[in-house]
Design a binder for this molecule. Sequence first.
Ligand SMILES: [Ca+2]
Length: 342
Amino acid sequence: MKKTFTILALAFLSLISILAGCVSVVEVKVDEVTDTVYVSSSGDDNTGRGTKTSPVRTLDKALQIADEKSSVQYILIENVTYSYTSPTTLSVRGGLSIKGGYNSSFDSVVGKTTFRDLKIVVNGDGVLLENLIFDGSSSRLVIQSVNNVTVSSCSFVSNFSAQNGGSIYVYNSGNVVIKDSNIFYGRANGFGGGIYVESSSSIVIQRNTITNCIADADADNVGSGGAITVVSTPSITIKDNQLRRSYSLGSGAIDSVITFKINGSNPNVIVDGNTISGLSVSSTYGIYEEDFNLTGHKIINNVFDLGTLTSSYYDYANGSLTIIQLNSGDAGTSVASNNSSM
Ligand SMILES: [Ca+2]
């Protein structure tokens, strides 16, 4: 009786389909990806659909699904470690938020997802990266020619660049926020052992801990800014960061924790409330400004560890400055007050 009913029901449904002009088999779509793709260690890139109950295995596959489906806004990743067997680069399109650290049921964040030997390139506007760990010398983040990118609560460990920006490289981009993150042991053969920013605007680097980062790691005396280098970027705020034990390795380079190059006169360069230290064995400047015209820069409320720095501040026009000279405005900054030493 039941079987007969089922056959009758199917016949009825088929009739409805034909009457509706839909002669193909009606595909019942259950649990398809809409705005979120799930990535889990228990997932499968071949059979997984990317949903919570049928996740994919890798970020690679999730990004591929996102590229195919414009409705995807979020990629959520389980709190596990993904090790790439060879250095890999993945591109992130605009409009995606990639969030790691989820438990296996994706109902709470329990940590950060680790990627070993993975370089991520952001190549679209409006991207958020959160709770991710970039681990190893082939891991790195590149933000180039895009707007509205936020990096939040990520960690960068032992990254390396043969050029500039050991962990994070920002070029020709606007409204980039790097916050609440850690950078440990970043190395660059050029400028910016931790972070390198060039030809960009409205950049915020806030509440990060950047420790033991090295610029000019190849010691050819080209490169500086152990923690951060900023080039030709007139609007940047570096605020409330812990910048410790970072320096430039090359003995003839301008050894420094933060380097500004070709930054010119601009009131929108703000270095505020940071703790800045070098290494006790080196001759490191806290902030080095390679520019003759610094009028407008604000260097305020920073604490310099003069036990590990040759001088808090250096620029071409004024040379080395003490904390008192810096606070007195001798650096040519419009506001240089309340800096102190530890
Ligand atoms: Ca170098």
